[in-house]
Design a protein around this ligand. Structure first.
Ligand code: PMP
Length: 461
């Protein structure tokens, strides 16, 4: 380490770093640069056995070195010392927290804790093995029945992961003769499931239904089955699709419509019932409702609600269900209790909506770029490059606000942002404090000579 606590970089790394900087910032890489040197040989084929030669790992090291050179710390993997919600404690210090999906403040609330405790006392902490072989617990069936009823569907199946639910469902349902068409902003778990299925995969520009129709007109005919996949509330941007239009399109093209409600449940609609309530569409019009238990439902896992044949099929054919352990009993109980509370206490949804709209209006009034956000719990502040997002996050952290930067490759480099998850428990005072802190954080980044030229922010004149 150098005297200033930054890592010393070798000549080769500096050269790579320069190139990376140039690429990241869209500047022209100098053509005189020599090609990146190969790592020192350690055997006949070191790249075959040395994990550190993986291209992704090298990129990661360089990104971290690049950040350290301009004085930025790693903003990820922070250790929280409490149940993180509207506030949190990190390293003994309190923060206003915008990095938790606990939209309705149900994580750790007493009825949810009590339900989880009861389940532990009765059934222990684990389901031990796949439900196919190790059998079920009452909580599995109760949760699935409650979710099926919520979506007006015949049945539901819960998985141990939301990500796994998408991968396993799409991967098991679709095959090489089929077509999958998804919004270009779709979550990684949707695109991975599509790849696993070996179906033809096409994306359409975000929320552009004319483009979706074009794709269907061109490719639907040759495909046996077709699946259209969208999200209820887009997690990077905070906007929603036009559900009524999608239902009409999928009907006309004999396709299934799948909606990932990971962020929609508990957030959208007057009672937080989700996209169908917000859109005034009968939930039975959608073929596959997918969601996670990890956000509003304060647990961990995923679900798919739909026709009885679909659920029965997934329970026998999707690897992530058949060959994976059943949801742990306390998590099933917590999710069921959280869903019941969401429905019994609609005032939580009202508080969430007010807080989200307050955040959006305050950010706009401060001249911040909030992208496409509708103010429904998710509000990005777009910085336009990854270094700027990390720098702003660090300055906010120093001012008592915990918010994560979203950087390339999770979003395009020009779309790098801070992403604020607002919850029902955030107060107007916390929001006003945060927006004020963003303004001061921007001034601090602009005043820092190491950062100004790399990621300085335009300021209001
Ligand atoms: N779908 C979407 C849209 C998501 O945002 C996420 C995770 N944030 C998932 C699926 C995966 O859910 P989980 O984290 O519960 O596995």
């Amino acid at each position: 380490m150098s005297a200033r606590g930054r890592p010393d970089l070798g000549e080769d790394e500096r050269r790579k770093l320069g190139r990376l900087f140039a690429n990241r910032l869209g500047a022209q890489a100098k053509s005189a640069d020599a090609p990146a040197p190969e790592p020192a040989a350690q055997g006949a084929r070191p790249e075959a056995t040395d994990f550190s030669t993986l291209p992704g790992y090298q990129e990661l090291r360089l990104q971290r070195a690049m950040a350290a050179v301009v004085g930025l710390e790693n903003p990820f993997f922070r250790l929280h010392e409490t149940a993180a919600g509207a506030t949190t404690v990190i390293d003994g210090k309190s923060f206003v927290n915008f990095s938790s999906y606990d939209y309705l403040g149900l994580n750790g609330c007493e009825p949810v804790r009590a339900a989880a405790r009861r389940a532990i006392d009765l059934y222990g902490t684990s389901a031990s093995a796949s439900r196919v072989v190790a059998g079920e617990r009452p909580g599995h069936r109760a949760l699935e029945a409650a979710l099926a009823a919520h979506y007006g569907q015949e049945d539901c199946v819960v998985f141990v992961s939301g990500h796994g639910a998408n991968v396993s469902t799409i991967g098991a349902l679709m095959g090489p003769k089929d077509l999958i068409v998804h919004d270009s902003f779709a979550h990684n778990s949707i695109t991975l499931g599509a790849q696993l299925s070996r179906a033809e995969r096409r994306s359409f520009p975000h929320n552009d239904y004319d483009a979706l129709e074009d794709v269907l007109r061109t490719h639907r005919g040759a495909a046996q089955r077709c699946l259209i996949v969208v999200e209820g509330l887009y997690s990077m941007d905070g906007d929603s699709p036009d559900l009524a239009r999608l239902v009409e399109i999928k009907r006309r093209h004999d396709a299934w419509l799948m909606v990932d409600e990971a962020h929609g449940l508990g957030v959208l609609g007057a009672r937080g019932f989700g996209l169908f309530e917000a859109a005034g569409v009968d939930p039975r019009e959608v073929d596959i409702w997918m969601g996670t238990l990890s956000k509003t439902l304060a647990a961990c896992g995923g679900f798919v609600a739909g026709a009885q044949a679909l659920v029965e099929y997934l329970k026998c054919m999707s690897g992530g269900f058949v060959y994976s352990v059943g949801l742990s009993p306390p998590l099933a109980a917590a999710a069921e209790a959280a869903l019941a509370l969401m429905r019994q206490e609609p005032e939580r949804v009202g508080r969430l909506r007010a807080a989200g709209l307050c955040f959006l209006a305050s950010a706009k009034a401060a001249g911040l770029d909030v992208g496409l956000s509708a103010g429904e719990a998710i509000v990005p502040i777009v910085t336009g490059n990854s270094v700027g997002a990390v720098a702003l996050s660090q300055e906010l952290f120093a001012r008592g606000v915990n918010v994560q930067p979203i950087i390339h490759p999770a979003v395009p480099e020009r779309g790098a942002r801070l992403r604020f998850f607002v919850t029902s428990e955030h107060t107007r005072e916390q929001i006003a404090f945060t927006i004020g802190a963003v303004g001061r954080a921007i001034e601090a980044v602009n005043a820092n000579p190491a950062l100004r030229d790399v990621c300085g922010f335009a300021q209001k004149g």
